[in-house]
Structure formats: C-alpha cells, structure tokens
Design a protein around this ligand. Sequence first.
Ligand SMILES: *[C@@H]1O[C@H](CO)[C@@H](O)[C@H](O)[C@H]1NC(C)=O
Ligand SMILES: *[C@@H]1O[C@H](CO)[C@@H](O)[C@H](O)[C@H]1NC(C)=O
Ligand SMILES: *[C@@H]1O[C@H](CO)[C@@H](O)[C@H](O)[C@H]1NC(C)=O
Ligand SMILES: *[C@@H]1O[C@H](CO)[C@@H](O)[C@H](O)[C@H]1NC(C)=O
Ligand SMILES: *[C@@H]1O[C@H](CO)[C@@H](O)[C@H](O)[C@H]1NC(C)=O
Ligand SMILES: *[C@@H]1O[C@H](CO)[C@@H](O)[C@H](O)[C@H]1NC(C)=O
Length: 469
Amino acid sequence: MKPTQATNIILLLTSLRVFPVFLLNLHHHFYLRLGPTSKIGFYVVSAAAACHVDDETGLLGFKSGIRADPSGMLASWKKGTDCCKWSGVTCLTGDRVTALSLAGQPNNLTTSLTGTISPSLSKLNYLDGLYLQDLKYLGGPFPDSLFTLPKLLFVYIENNKLSGPIPTNIANLVQLEALSLQGNQFSGPIPSSIAELTQLTQLKLGGNLLTGTIPLGIQRLRNLTLLHLERNQLSGPIPDLFSGLSNLRSITLSNNNFTGTIPGSISSLAPKLAYLELGHNSLTGKIPDFLGKFHALDTLDLSWNHFSGTVPKSFANLTKIFNLDLSHNKLVDPFPELHVRAKCGIKMKLDEWKPAETYFYDYIDLSENQITGSPVKLLNRTDYLVGFYASGNKLKFNLESMRFVKSLKHLDLSRNLVYGKVPKAISGLSELNVSYNHLCGQLPLTKFPASAFAGNDCLCGSPLPQCKA
Ligand SMILES: *[C@@H]1O[C@H](CO)[C@@H](O)[C@H](O)[C@H]1NC(C)=O
Ligand SMILES: *[C@@H]1O[C@H](CO)[C@@H](O)[C@H](O)[C@H]1NC(C)=O
Ligand SMILES: *[C@@H]1O[C@H](CO)[C@@H](O)[C@H](O)[C@H]1NC(C)=O
Ligand SMILES: *[C@@H]1O[C@H](CO)[C@@H](O)[C@H](O)[C@H]1NC(C)=O
Ligand SMILES: *[C@@H]1O[C@H](CO)[C@@H](O)[C@H](O)[C@H]1NC(C)=O
Ligand SMILES: *[C@@H]1O[C@H](CO)[C@@H](O)[C@H](O)[C@H]1NC(C)=O
C-alpha cells in the first residue's frame, strides 16, 4: 500500500506519541495553463492575425500531425486567427509563442490526441515550455525538432506513447531546467550524455522501458531536486554518485532491477531529502544506520527487497516520517519505537484545509517480515489509521485487546500468532484477514468469506462450520 498518487496528501501516524503530519506531495508538477479563457480585455476586431507567422505555421504543422482529437483540444487552432489565443498556446512576449501546454484528463480516454509530434515545432523559436501531458496516444520517437529551439527550458512529455531510444544528442538541450518523459515507452539505456544537462532541476524518466544502469555522469547534475527513474528495467548497483547532489528532495528508483546495497553517498542528502523510494528491487544488506539522520524524510519505501538484519535504532529519530514501508524483506525484530514529534497544532489544519480533491492515507505496512511482539499499544494511539498490514510476521497478542479505531478499514494480520476471540468490532472494516493464527471461539456476524478466518485453532460459526454445542 503505497500512497504515491501524484496529487495525494498523505497522512500517516506511526508511533506511540503521534500526531498527524502533512505533506504536499512533491511528485506533482504544477503549472499554470494560460489560454484564451484566461485573457481578459477588449479586442479591436482586426483582419490581421496577431501571432508571428512562423509560430502559426509551426502550430498548424503540429496540428496536421494529429490524426484524432476526440475532445476537440485543437478545435480553436484555425489558420488566419491569432494563434496566441488558441487553446493551450501562450504568448508572453508580444507575438511569439512561449509555451504550448496540452493536457488530457488522466483517466478520460476522450481527452487524448492520436498522432505524432510534427518536426514543424522547430519553428517555435521562442518556445520555453513544452507540456504535452496525459494525451495517451501521442506516439512516435523523441521529437528531434526540440534540439533547434534555443529558448527551451521545460519539457514535460508525460503519459503518452512515445517510443524508441532517448537520443544521445539530448545533450544539445544544455539550457534545459526540467526534463520529464515519464509514462511513455522509451527503451534502451539512459544516454550518458544526459550528464551535459547541468541546469536540470528535475529529471523524470519513470514508467518507461529503459534498461541498463544509471549513468555515473548524473553526479554532475548538481541542481537536481527530483530524480525519478521508477518503473523501468534498470539494473546493476545504484551508483555512489549522490555526494554532490545536495539539492535532491526526492529519489524514486522503485520497481526496477537494482542490486547491491544502499550507496553510502546517500547519507550526504540527510538535511533535505523528503522522499526515498527504493521498493521492488533486489537490494541487499542492512538498512543503513544513517537513514535515521534524515530528519526531513516523509516517505521511506524499502519494501520488496532483500534487506536483512534489524531496523536501525537510529530510526527512532525519524521524527517526520509518516509513510514507512519496510514490508517484504528479511528484517528481524525488534522494531524500534518511532518518536514522531509533530506539533499538536497541525491537527487543526485538517479542518481548515479543504481542497476539492484530497485523499488522506494512513497506512502502516510491515507485512512479510519477522517482526515479533504486539502492536496493541501502537494501534491504541493511532486515531486516524486506515490500514494496518502485518501479514506473515510473528505478532503475538490477544485480538480482543486491540482497539479498532473508527477510521480503520483494512486489517491484515494473517499468518501471525494472534490469539483470543474475533471481536464484533470487525464489522466496521471493509477488508479483513486474520487467517492462520491461533484464534478460537464463535465468530460474530460477518460479511467476510471463510478464507479470512481459515487456518485458526478453533474458530467456528458462519461462514465457518457451526460451533459444537
Ligand atoms: C471526458 O472528457 C470529455 C471531453 O472533455 C467530457 O465530455 C466527458 O464528460 C469526460 N468524461 C468523464 C467521465 O469525465
Ligand atoms: C543551478 O545552480 C547554480 C548554483 O547554485 C545556480 O546559479 C543556477 O541558477 C542553478 N540553475 C537553475 C536552473 O536552477
Ligand atoms: C532482473 O534480473 C534478474 C537477474 O539478473 C533477471 O533474471 C530478471 O529477468 C530481471 N528482471 C527484469 C524485469 O529485468
Ligand atoms: C538521535 O539523535 C540524537 C541527536 O542527534 C543522538 O544523540 C542520538 O544518539 C540519536 N538516537 C539514535 C537512537 O540514533
Ligand atoms: C488505550 O488507551 C486508553 C486511553 O486512551 C487506555 O485507557 C488503555 O489502557 C489503552 N490500552 C492499551 C492496551 O494500551
Ligand atoms: C487471507 O490470507 C490467506 C493467506 O495469506 C489467503 O490465502 C486468503 O485468500 C486471504 N483471504 C482474504 C479474504 O483476503
């Protein structure tokens, strides 16, 4: 259970002294779309189109590369009208187009474009930002036309269908400050020439088909705040290249095929790093002590690796952590107490803060380790807990002594050493699994299937066989 959705606000409580902590997810890139609707003013009707002829030609060329536009994103793009007023087009400096931003709704297939990115984009000589996001069927290779755009600073070609290699001459874009190609089908290696893009603050290549290793030259990208390479097929050890990258706030390398240990140079990121996601790889060794010094860390995901040994005692100092996933490793007890020291006042912000779309997550996932003891005290203090996942451990406690907070919806304690009766309070859950423990006695009225209760010592009653009188 990893709350990594881009727009999520994540909330997690993990300690004996707990108060909510908030975080505005850094993964999301916010940008302002300016279009015809955002312009207020009086226009003198005039026969002459206001935008530069090169820009009009370039944009109409782009449009002719689009074979399907079911939601009419480009409907306002008509020859002879002011291209600065076309939807998705911004002219900040007089008659020259400075940004092109076309974005579909992430889960709405109607808001898509089918086709390729026309080379005529090279005519937009004043373009500084290209945002082509969630268009779904926009395909073809990386647009070489970008290499001749002298003012280009921001490239976000995200969640489309571009494919082929990331070209070596990407190095031509030396002035680039942000490059995101995430969510496409780019394949082959990350070119080592990427090291030339020394102004980059964001490099996001996640969700492609990239192979090979992380180029060492990335250590030259000293302005990087985000390095996102998750969900590819990258392999080899994570290079020890972080010592100079002191601006990094977010590293996501999860869901690749990385091996070896967590490189020591990550320790130099301790003052600022907020996200470290290394889950779903083949990393080995102990969880390094130095992670306990990452006082700004909000999210630490080391799940689904081969980490062994104990959770370092220094983790007690991870005072801001609220999304900790250590599940599916070979960790052994004892699990240290986490002292999350959030200010009490933060709780009040919960009521004050009312954005249109908010999700609060509060999950603890410790499943598939060898953790012993009882979570009863921890759970007694987590007032907003939504999910507790701890299957496949050695937790030993009386289920009747556990407090079921109202917010709790998901509880998986399967394959532990839990004893006692199944309490009535389970009726408030939407997901339950207490199979393969040492529970006994009559089940309360329940909607959960037999497999949620299977493999216990002496449970009985529907959906299991009747109790003997
Ligand atoms: C998808 O987008 C189209 C075009 O903007 C819109 O008409 C439709 O209502 C959207 N569908 C949903 C489910 O939001
Ligand atoms: C990169 O860092 C240098 C040195 O701190 C700074 O002068 C420059 O403005 C930064 N570039 C960007 C694009 O942030
Ligand atoms: C990961 O590496 C292993 C061993 O080298 C290999 O067998 C496996 O196919 C790789 N997986 C992927 C997704 O590349
Ligand atoms: C926590 O941090 C303090 C101050 O930096 C240090 O003295 C202490 O040893 C740390 N605790 C652990 C368990 O590492
Ligand atoms: C849980 O907390 C309540 C007060 O909040 C306390 O009375 C009770 O003893 C606690 N139970 C456990 C098992 O710690
Ligand atoms: C409960 O967990 C067991 C063992 O992991 C699994 O076989 C079973 O399908 C699960 N049942 C439900 C309802 O999740």
